[in-house]
Design a protein around this ligand. Structure first.
Ligand SMILES: Nc1ncnc2c1ncn2[C@@H]1O[C@H](COP(=O)(O)OP(=O)(O)OP(=O)(O)O)[C@@H](O)[C@H]1O
Ligand SMILES: [Mg+2]
Length: 180
């Protein structure tokens, strides 16, 4: 939004009234982005760092469900060991983006988030029974959500699989080594 505003302001020229109004708006959007950034940092540290990943995911699912009228069930199969800050944040962001996608694209009215430990790895999955899509085509899509999930998971030495077919729902699974 900020870049687009700046471009339009430049096209109109700073001496036109519309151009200078747009410049003002551009400054305010910049300020808003900074505020949001600070706020999201504070939110992240309170839930994730003080309550731990299981409580943070549980809260994310409950809040997401309330906000979007999608019933999100959450299952933590076993007690998770202490995880590094990087791993906690990676898992949390994966769940956030995957749920965002459920809401934006799937038309499902329910979804499931599961987390468990298997063979020294944390296994997180997010599934829905919505419209699904052709998962062979992700690299050709314009969005950056799934690509950023892949990148985050790669950076902590983990793996991701994506199962989706048109009309068959979508499931994203990640495995992240506990001692990554
Ligand atoms: N749960 C889902 N159900 C149906 N389609 C999905 C689901 N998740 C992803 N998709 C499809 O995969 C595409 C790529 O998802 P991705 O998260 O990378 O991008 P986006 O959500 O479109 O944009 P962004 O995440 O950058 O805001 C989506 O545009 C959508 O077509
Ligand atoms: Mg997305």
């Amino acid at each position: 939004l900020s870049i687009d505003l700046k471009n339009v302001a430049q096209t109109l020229g700073a001496d036109s009234e519309a151009g200078s109004r747009l410049n003002e708006l551009w400054n305010r959007v910049g300020q808003l982005a900074e505020d949001l950034h600070l706020l999201s940092h504070r939110l992240h540290s309170s839930t994730l760092d003080y309550l731990g990943i299981v409580a943070a995911l549980e809260r994310l699912c409950a809040e997401f469900g309330d906000r979007h009228s999608i019933k999100v069930s959450f299952v933590a199969e076993n007690v998770l060991p202490n995880l590094t800050e990087e791993v906690r944040l990676c898992l949390f962001r994966v769940a956030q983006e995957a749920l965002q996608n459920v809401q934006k694209h799937s038309y499902a009215n329910s979804a499931e988030v599961r987390v468990e430990v298997q063979e020294q790895k944390v296994h997180l999955s997010i599934s829905d029974y919505g419209t699904g899509f052709d998962s062979g085509n992700v690299s050709k899509q314009k969005g950056i959500g799934i690509r950023s999930i892949e990148e985050r998971v790669r950076l902590v030495g983990g793996q991701i699989t994506l199962h989706s077919k048109p009309m068959k729902g979508t499931k994203i699974e990640v495995w992240v080594p506990i001692n990554s």
